[in-house]
Unconditional design. Structure first.
Length: 370
């Protein structure tokens, strides 16, 4: 029992956790762990068994102190639980899931894997530091959203949550529908918490999060909003090469409004129509910026930084411009335009159908943006 109490204290102790997170030697990691648990006589097998047992039990933390060192990594819908990983590194990769995967490689994350009941965390929501995002990025996918969010990652004062699956999964669970605003607020307070001297939070939503735009805007009314779009035929051609999750029918369905038995291309056309409709709805409720893919590429770094009231130095401007030369989704890889255009991907009838159906809704949004 005494060891369990020390374990609970350890998981709230920033200094000890930071030290453990830096260890790459298994022997040194175990030595320190035994020291913190005041268990010098334990062998490696005993430590393993103890941690395995703790990892199998729900952990109810003191959320304010605990979340200084831990961030939620995944939501388990069946169990209504959240899993945690250490939060000692700032997200810098194109997608948050990539940062989470990297964090899981540490010895600390491999040996200590807490999970908590969401309901118990929700009860502590107001004890956590409030977070108001400076910018929300909604998009159709394949239209420059990763380029934009990655640019903000260059700024030390910015923290970027790029396509958080945890947030999307919580919003998609009908169980939390009556508390959806509080649930979104909780998730952002936990995952978006400033731990590295940041001052501004930028959230790039998943494309299918557009269907929850009302919850986002009601929960974070002061956030600036930018909507990114692109010529539909170019988006559809891109998904022919590598399909995004929201562009295929799934069970459970990402888009509850759409029939799941449509031919693939028709389904994708319906998805873009739906996303366009959501963006038009946003415009009726909030002033926001609409940018096409081409407009985004032509917009100066100073203008983009101004979305969150940041003034760039000459050096920082250079960093933004340099980043734009590289693939937004593959760090260090020079940008290369798509090898196949819509004219090469679709036959004449398909292309005509795409243009007749989607060009009017695209042009309408362009005009609204102007």
């Amino acid at each position: 029992m005494f060891t369990v109490t020390l374990y609970y204290n350890l998981l709230h102790n920033a200094e000890q956790l930071q030290t453990l997170s830096q260890q790459t030697s298994l022997d040194e990691f175990v030595r320190l762990l035994k020291l913190y648990l005041q268990w010098p006589e334990a062998n490696f097998e005993q430590v393993q068994l103890f941690l395995a047992k703790q990892n199998s039990l729900p952990f109810c933390p003191q959320a304010e102190q605990f979340s200084q060192c831990w961030q939620p990594s995944a939501y388990q819908a069946k169990q209504k639980t959240i899993r945690w990983i250490p939060a000692f590194t700032k997200p810098v990769l194109p997608f948050l899931e990539e940062d989470i995967a990297l964090s899981r490689q540490s010895l600390l994350a491999q040996f200590i894997q807490p999970y908590s009941d969401v309901a118990e965390l929700l009860a502590q929501r107001e004890k956590l530091p409030p977070i108001q995002p400076a910018l929300l990025i909604f998009h159709w996918s394949r239209c420059g959203s990763t380029l934009l969010s990655g640019s903000f990652m260059l700024q030390p004062e910015c923290k970027v949550l790029s396509e958080s699956m945890l947030i999307s999964d919580l919003l998609a669970d009908p169980y939390w529908q009556p508390q959806q605003e509080n649930m979104l607020d909780l998730a952002v307070r936990l995952q978006g918490r400033f731990r590295h001297a940041e001052e501004k939070l930028v959230i790039k939503c998943n494309a299918w999060d557009l269907q929850h735009w009302r919850v986002w805007l009601k929960t974070f009314p002061s956030a600036q909003v930018v909507c990114l779009i692109r010529q539909p035929e170019a988006i559809l051609a891109s998904h022919e090469k590598q399909s995004g999750k929201h562009m295929v029918s799934l069970q459970p369905a990402l888009w509850h409004q759409l029939p799941q038995n449509l031919p693939l291309l028709e389904y994708r056309i319906k998805v873009i129509q739906l996303m366009a409709d959501y963006m038009q709805q946003i415009l009726t409720k909030k002033k926001c910026k609409i940018l096409t893919y081409e407009q985004l590429k032509q917009t100066t770094p100073a203008t983009l930084a101004g979305l969150v009231n940041i003034t760039l130095t000459i050096q920082q401007t250079g960093h933004w411009l340099e980043r734009h030369k590289f693939d937004a989704k593959q760090r260090g890889v020079p940008f290369k335009a798509a090898t196949k255009t819509a004219l090469e991907v679709f036959n004449t009838n398909q292309l005509e159908h795409i243009r007749q159906t989607l060009t009017p809704v695209y042009q309408n949004l362009v005009e609204l943006g102007n």
